[in-house]
Write a protein that binds this ligand. Sequence first.
Ligand code: GLN
Length: 542
Amino acid sequence: MVKYIFVTGGVLSSVGKGILTSSIGKMLQARGLKCTVVKIDPYVNVDAGTMNPYMHGEVFVTDDGGETDLDLGWYERFLDLSLKQENNLTTGMVYKSVIEKERRGDFLGRCVQIVPHVTNEVKNRIKTVGKAVGADIVLTEVGGTVGDIEGLPFLEAIRQMRLEEGYENTLFVHVALVPILDVTMEMKTKPLQHSVNELRRIGIQPDTIVARSPKMIDSEALRKIALFGTIPESAVFCSFNADSVYQVPLILDKQGMGDFICQRLAFKCEGKDFSAWQGYVNAMVNPEHEVKIALVGKYAGLTDSYVSMTEALRHGGGACKTKVCISYLEAEKLEHEPQCVKDLANFDGVFVPYGFGPRGTEGKIAAIQFARENDIPFLGICYGFQLAVIEFARNVCNLKEANSTEINPETPHPIIDLMPEQRGIEIKGATMRLGAHKVVLQKGTLAYSMYGQEEIYERHRHRFEVNLDYLENLRNNGLCFTGKSSDGRRMETVELPNKFFYFASQFHGEFKSRPGRPEPEYLGFIQACLNKKLGKPKTEIA
Ligand code: GLN
């Protein structure tokens, strides 16, 4: 029998529903229960793939090639899961499938309506996800804020699930902001009370309420939340600001939330084990060293655009007891104010992330050149990999106008070009090279020494790749392509063996990074930044 936990949010978005949902999963997992998670995104897009990261944060890529909401990244990192496209549910996806069924004649004779046809589709999808993996519990996070027009069909669906699955098999968790007024330092629960009323208006009474507040709520606020929320005080919890988001499950469990949920859902759990998790958290919050990383990107104004990369850098830091301080530098600034490029000398490492389109690319190329020429540890991911190859072609192979056809379709030296199977594709949704693909690493290289195996599976999201016509020239000038696709025709990693650390990958290692199990390319980079800072020799290649 699968049980269901639904997480809704109130007052405003970005209140930390993703972290709360992941933390609930962690508390249950620590008690030996098997969880999976569904994220509902009420927007009309079929998936997150066509959205600008500046609007919605990064697109998280799953092993099966889903372009999903960044919260799936939090679920994977907290619960060490490999989720699928189906774990992300959008209005676009639900309506698309209902309309396809209607066109096929599945509802022949009937008027197709939001209730029951759309809500049935939502319920079936949530249940299917749980059954597919044999979960004890499916956690479902409803994106957006209670009261949004777009969210209504989804809230109606979860309301019905209480009726159909039964009280003891369903639990509603509501999280809302409890701000502290900076004039009086008072905790204000009224916005939270209103959001609970909004939820009740559509027929959902929360079983537990989590106050999201800068610090632990006081007894007066707790009493009010319980009273106006119509729940016992023992069902009110507080998620306050912590040094690391990975502390949130420990904070909530200490308040009794894990035990409360298990009792309420009649799970008989014998004890709990947070020891491994506690270990990762300790390493991350009690660092012995610090490194400064310059992340040079085009979405630098919204750090959520780089959340998996930021976390992967931190996981690498955790493994070598190092605090990773990241400065998000706007690539365009380096382009327009070239005198700023030399400020990169103040950093222990230069990191060039993913990206699309021409904006800021010259700034990124300048940053890569500076890192290479001054032997500052460098890591490039996807676009960062492609731009590193372009930089090398321009400044070492002397192909001055080398470029990607994504940036300049007329370039005389298309070092990076559209993949053959991408030619002629006009539809933008889900048409890139996506998801996990095999990468073969060459022995005796930095890539192999970091990953410790010849075959790895890494996630991808790109349309362009290294043009094979230029391989010989690049190689003759010293650039080493050390990882390739299984047919040997796609370049996956690049390195310069004479440098302290110079590595870039076409794949995105960050999507598989976990606390306590950092992705090798990120760990190798942070370790190198630290070694260089401490004056230690570079890691020898095994
Ligand atoms: N824009 C590049 C491509 O499509 C790189 C994509 C990325 O960085 N994810 O190939």
